[in-house]
Design a protein around this ligand. Structure first.
Ligand SMILES: NC(=O)c1ccc[n+]([C@@H]2O[C@H](COP(=O)([O-])OP(=O)(O)OC[C@H]3O[C@@H](n4cnc5c(N)ncnc54)[C@H](OP(=O)(O)O)[C@@H]3O)[C@@H](O)[C@H]2O)c1
Length: 325
């Protein structure tokens, strides 16, 4: 199979190679998927760059997320069949066969049915962003009905699915963005209100439009903590998933309003937590509640350019289109 891989961490153009590899066979409990689309997330370039401190065991085919068609199944896999459309998550986690190749072999639970109504592009955008968003929203749509959610950075990949999953759960959603164009994307995702976070009265605007907020999905905790504290309802949770740097917490403000601060790293979730996030994401896809952001497609051969583009944090999702849809 044609595959992209790297053998040591380093800059994209230096370490990423396009090679012919033996097509891997699925072992017990695994499936092989013919990849149609490979989704790229910040974690993919950070891992390849060496930020994660991991050196590949021989080689690493990168990219956690993707979509495609089940091509072979290993012994003991009974919930998937050859020919089934699937989306993949955590493909390259503890596994050398990520999705930047014509085929990936993954543990079978990491291949999830992709309904006909969902495009392969959407399927390749889900893994890291949607599962992170679902977990930060509490992992269960039930308790969110009727609540107010603030999504910081609603045009980002995680922020986008946080809006769509919160709306799917029946919450009211306000989001902060840096530009009107990003606000338009957030409204298209279903946000009830959009506030420019650079506005000096951003907190007042949130309070005027939706009132106090029960849950905050936070991408920039250090920058936004003052805003978050100003709009949080008593008992609210601030759920953050992006590195915040060193931060001094005003503990008495948290205590006075019984606030919780939670930190999420997708790689560290329990299998039950991951399964809950997958379940919610699947329910939302099944009823058409999830949509892709605008996509920036590249061929497999341009993976280095594509990963560097992700590092520039473009608006929308960068993908590799590997096979015909
Ligand atoms: N912990 C985990 O498991 C996990 C999972 C997924 C992602 N992440 C991390 O989370 C970060 C975001 O990932 P992503 O894929 O969503 O990236 P992305 O698509 O680039 O989105 C990031 C968004 O955050 C916005 N933003 C930046 N500063 C902001 C601020 N002060 N207030 C509000 N919004 C702000 C950006 O827009 P503007 O710059 O225009 O404001 C952008 O829309 C990355 O660092 C990624 O590595 C962690």
């Amino acid at each position: 199979m044609r595959a992209a891989l790297y053998r040591r961490p380093g800059p994209a153009a230096e370490v990423l190679e396009i090679v012919d590899l033996d097509t891997p066979e699925p072992g017990p409990g695994e499936v092989r998927v013919r990849i149609v689309t490979s989704g790229i997330n910040p974690t993919d370039w950070k891992t390849r760059d060496g930020h994660a401190g991991r050196t590949p065991d021989g080689f690493q085919v990168p990219h956690q997320d993707g979509s495609g068609v089940v091509d072979a199944i290993g012994v003991g896999v009974d919930h998937l069949a050859v020919g089934q459309r699937v989306w993949l998550y955590l493909s390259a986690f503890g596994n050398r066969y990520g999705t930047a190749a014509e085929y990936a072999v993954v543990p079978a639970e990491r291949a999830v049915t992709l309904p006909e109504r969902a495009s392969f592009d959407l399927g390749a955008c889900l893994g890291v962003p949607a599962l992170t968003a679902a977990h930060c929203l509490g992992g269960d749509p039930g308790p969110l009905a009727g609540k107010v959610v603030l999504v910081a950075g609603g045009a980002g990949a995680v922020g986008h699915f946080a809006i769509e999953l919160a709306k799917h759960a029946g919450a009211q959603v306000v989001t902060t963005v840096s530009s009107e164009a990003k606000g338009d994307l957030a409204v298209a995702a279903g946000a009830d209100a959009v506030v420019l976070y650079s506005d000096p009265d951003a907190a007042e605007q949130v309070l005027e439009t939706v009132g106090r907020v029960d849950r905050i999905i936070e991408v920039a905790l250090a920058t936004n903590l003052e805003l978050d504290l100003a709009v949080a309802a008593p008992g609210a949770t601030i759920a953050t998933y992006a590195a915040a740097g060193d931060l001094t917490l005003p503990a008495s403000d948290f205590m006075a309003a019984n606030l919780s601060l939670s930190f999420t790293l997708l790689y560290g979730l329990t299998s039950e937590q991951t399964a809950a996030a997958v379940r919610w994401t699947s329910e939302a896809i099944a009823v058409g509640s999830l949509t892709p952001l605008p996509v920036h497609p590249y061929p497999l051969e341009q993976i280095a350019t594509a990963q560097d583009r992700v590092a520039e944090a473009p608006v929308g999702k960068v993908l590799l289109r590997i096979a015909e849809q």
